[in-house]
Design a protein around this ligand. Sequence first.
Ligand SMILES: Nc1ncnc2c1ncn2[C@@H]1O[C@H](COP(=O)(O)OP(=O)(O)OP(=O)(O)O)[C@@H](O)[C@H]1O
Length: 244
Amino acid sequence: MSLEVEHLTGGYSHVPVLKDLNFTIPEQTVVGLIGLNGAGKSTTIKHIIGILTPQKGTIKLNGVTLSGEPETYRKSLAFVPETPVLYPALTLREHIELTIMAYDLDTKKAWQQAGDLLTRFRLDKRLDWFPANFSKGMQQKVMIVCAFIVPAALYIIDEPFTGLDPLAIRDLLQVIEQQKARGAAVLMSTHVLATAQQYADSFILLSDGEIRAQGTLTELKQQFGMGAGNLDDIYFKMIDEVAQ
Ligand SMILES: Nc1ncnc2c1ncn2[C@@H]1O[C@H](COP(=O)(O)OP(=O)(O)OP(=O)(O)O)[C@@H](O)[C@H]1O
């Protein structure tokens, strides 16, 4: 079992945004976190990565909580934020070196993996450049390379498809598939439902800080009483129900 979230209530300065969330992401599973703007997707991610502390409930990664075993928890998790976070004074090579140090990775293996990723994302000739001066999409690729050199149990990717060109999206999806095959769990928050439907094994539908439904596409259709339809149809049905 990779990620287990139980009775998570949380938010900002004691204003609850998330209300009693319960879900698990087993290993070798890609889960799409779906919901309207303001539904609570980023807030959920902030609790899992430890930027916010739960007001109630627990979050366990491979059986470990952040407060119980902070180092083990942090090293089991790699995160690709929606907005790249880069150090202006560091080159791409130094960003990779920093990741290797922060996660205490095997240098040789990490550089091997970095080499593959840099080539895949066409950054291999830019190791001595400063990513702070890259285009937004290229900066996002730097974050992807740094996250995926870590052999994490769980990868969290916030809005992976905005800002990347179609080739980079295809390459990222291939990397996600590889990591899933290795045994990793993946949580991706996205508004791109067609891609989510194609690549995620199951979905969590958030509405106003609550899980409205979760499961595979087939299970969601059953929960919404739909014989046919795609993730878009389910999403709009959820919104219609909330509006009523
Ligand atoms: N720093 C903050 N302080 C207080 N409230 C916040 C903060 N960030 C977000 N919120 C509130 O928390 C709620 C959930 O926001 P969140 O960013 O988690 O939504 P989201 O599902 O990620 O939306 P989007 O699709 O727009 O990224 C919203 O009502 C928002 O106003």
